[in-house]
Design a binder for this molecule. Structure first.
Ligand SMILES: Nc1ncnc2c1ncn2[C@@H]1O[C@H](COP(=O)(O)OP(=O)(O)OP(=O)(O)O)[C@@H](O)[C@H]1O
Length: 638
């Protein structure tokens, strides 16, 4: 099968379409014109996702097949959204957003083409693929079994095992992601197996189950790989460094040698370190292409980033430096003021227009830890509402008001409309369930609502209008009054699907509409800090490094954290290296290497301002002096 050959004229055309990008240098040109199977291992901010989107635009003008498509697999929604956004800017590009092409995360690919077809062929529907929901249901069932309940009371690790029960491999054997499963001959094993099967029968799965189901499909129907290879003769994988060995093996079985596969990634950004089979990973293969310059930041940030880089050519910053990197040193009793201090620096550094256009983020490698060490261990130390949210066990997917609340960036165009639409559909399904609608008995997934209702001959115009109105509205859950109006809207949109005799008054009394346990405002605020000064404000999103992979920020604060098994604080170890006093430590445990990779990812997010925050007791004054000599600013909070 012949695939389009890309040449200089395609590059010229796409350069005209994307005038803000510089695509003509040797390294980028080679990547854009490469037509064979090839790995591209490139620095943070070198534009892997951007180049991939540009390359897809080039291909879209020449794609010759109607039933064969390009398959683009990413690991994060951020990368997927970025690619889709760039493609939707032109008519040719927009064609790649629909059949026969696929652009989505590896989880979406596995679900859509492998796991869900298998479940459907066995007559099973999916209610939720959500680890939190699974955990709650599994624990609730386990507490009903006296032997397991007793055992959980004796040994805390049993709870971990129960809540992470998964299917493993093509035979769907029982396994667990944490803790240890008892022997198959033990008294409790049949009960654990029963819990897993009962939840599967009710359509409640963990994400990892989907991979086992996919393996089963590939084993039961070996021809699936050949069919998918015909359907997708060209495959791009973005963020390849995050592919686990199990995922790589599966992709090898899905796509045969006839398929051209280009894999984009940065091996230094590999922060999922728990894969015991990581030694088998093949990315990047010999003769890979590379791009060493970052279009995200300038030399000062590049110098800091490359000092914590474990392998390869140091990253070069291609943009001008705009703000000096800054170190915030805090005393233990000021740890919870660090984010506020960063907000002040941000307000000093940027105009309101710049703050409108760019993101300001705070990252930390760990979200929680019970380590008995001085503060600065995890996000909860710096931002207590985050710790509280962790304690709130009920999954967002089961909380109506959390689903309807404005997602971060709502109204500013920076959020994913697809994710918002999914939340609205899920919320509507929860309401219909609570009302005991007779029409949704077999519907387990919000995404099936319209399809299944139409299949059963129902009119869905008002339902779809409700979805659209709710998805575009803001403040649906922001106050008692707003929630009251939302209930009225939902009543009007869903009335045709409600049981006979359901008045608006009865509808209002449904348990699903109960006032949220935790004020919705706080739920949203648990990940957002707004720092205000002199009538100006900076909105700062807070999260883990893993949750912000692939992002580009205007300003990033990286918070020091404690590395569990390494028993080291990441910045305490890294600051002497960043200050240039030492190279990388000669001996680094795997955990410490993981901490450095996390720092490498976190520190390479900003275009303009990089801030680090560390407990002042853990930083030597010589290192502070060296940093200042290198142009760093230091703020002390005590
Ligand atoms: N060729 C280019 N010309 C100008 N700007 C670019 C170019 N490529 C990328 N950029 C800009 O640099 C930033 C980083 O791009 P992108 O996210 O694609 O990099 P990446 O290599 O995928 O990053 P990471 O590995 O950190 O996830 C974005 O703001 C993007 O708009």
């Amino acid at each position: 099968m012949s695939l389009p050959i890309l040449d200089q004229s395609d590059l010229d055309a796409v350069a005209e379409l994307l005038p803000s990008l510089s695509l003509g240098d040797g390294e980028r040109r080679t990547v854009l014109l490469e037509c064979g199977t090839r790995d591209i291992n490139a620095a943070p901010g070198s534009g892997k996702t951007t180049l991939l989107a540009a390359k897809l635009l080039m291909l879209s003008r020449k794609w010759p097949y109607e039933r064969r498509g390009v398959c683009v697999i990413s690991h994060t929604n951020v990368a997927r959204d970025e690619i889709q956004r760039r493609l939707s800017a032109s008519a040719d590009g927009a064609r790649l957003l629909a059949y026969p092409h696929f652009i989505g995360t590896i989880h979406a690919f596995v679900n859509q083409f492998l796991a869900l077809p298998l479940l459907r062929s066995e007559g099973l529907e999916v209610d939720s693929i959500d680890n939190d929901i699974f955990e709650r249901r599994a624990l609730a069932l386990a507490r009903k079994v006296p032997a397991i309940r007793f055992w959980m009371g004796q040994d805390a690790s049993v709870e971990d095992m129960v809540r992470t029960l998964v299917f493993d491999g093509a035979e769907l054997t029982l396994a667990c992601e944490e803790g240890k499963l008892p022997k198959a001959s033990s008294k409790t094993y049949p009960s654990l197996l029963g819990i897993k099967h009962e939840l599967a029968a009710n359509g409640i799965f963990r994400h990892a189950d989907m991979f086992a189901l996919a393996e089963k499909l590939l084993m039961d129907h070996p021809y699936t790989g050949t069919l998918l290879s015909k359907r997708f003769p060209l495959v791009f994988i973005d963020e390849m460094q995050d592919t686990s060995w199990a995922q790589e093996e599966m992709l090898n079985r899905v796509f045969d040698n006839s398929v051209v596969i280009q894999r984009f990634g940065d091996v230094n950004q590999r922060i999922l370190s728990s894969d015991k089979d990581a030694v088998n990973l093949t990315f990047p293969r010999a003769e890979c292409l590379s791009i060493s310059t970052s279009k995200r930041f300038g030399p000062a940030i590049a110098k800091a980033v490359s000092s914590v880089q474990l392998n390869g050519t140091p990253v070069i910053g291609d943009q001008p430096d705009t703000h000096a990197p800054t170190l915030i040193l805090y005393s233990e009793n000021r740890v919870s003021d660090v984010i506020h201090c960063f907000g002040g620096l941000v307000l000093d550094a940027f105009s309101d227009e710049e703050l409108q256009a760019g993101e300001v983020r705070v990252l930390c490698a760990r979200k929680q830890s019970s380590a008995n060490a001085a503060p600065g261990r995890h996000l909860g130390d710096y931002w207590p509402p985050f710790g509280q949210e962790m304690l709130n066990a009920t999954s967002r997917a089961d909380r109506l008001w959390a689903l309807l609340a404005d997602p971060p960036g709502h109204g500013s165009g920076t959020y994913s409309l697809a994710a918002r639409a999914g939340d609205i559909r899920r919320a509507s399904l929860l309401v219909l369930r609570s009302a005991e609608s007779p029409f949704i008995v077999d519907i387990r997934d919000g995404n099936q609502l319209v399809r299944n209702l139409e299949r059963d001959g129902h009119e869905t115009v008002s339902l779809r209008r409700l979805f659209r109105d709710l998805a575009l509205a803001t403040g649906l859950a922001s106050s008692l009054e707003a929630r009251g109006e939302t209930i009225s809207k939902m009543f009007a949109g869903l009335v045709a699907l409600l049981p006979e005799g359901m008045t608006e008054e009865k509808f209002r009394g449904l348990s699903v509409f109960a006032e949220p346990e935790m004020p919705v405002k706080d739920t949203a605020e648990s990940r957002t800090s707004v720092v205000e000064r002199d009538g100006r404000s900076a909105v700062i999103q807070i999260g883990t490094t893993a949750s912000m992979k692939g992002e580009t920020h205007l300003a990033t604060l990286v918070l020091e954290s404690y590395g569990g098994r390494s028993r080291r604080f990441d910045l305490a170890e890294a600051l002497p290296v960043i200050a240039g006093a030492n190279g990388l430590p000669k001996k680094m445990s795997e955990t410490l290497k993981g901490q450095f990779r996390n720092l490498y990812v976190a520190m390479s997010r900003p275009t303009s301002l990089l801030c680090l925050a560390a407990n002042q007791n853990r930083v030597a004054s010589d290192d502070i002096g060296e940093l200042v000599k290198c142009g760093w600013r230091v703020r002390v909070l005590n």
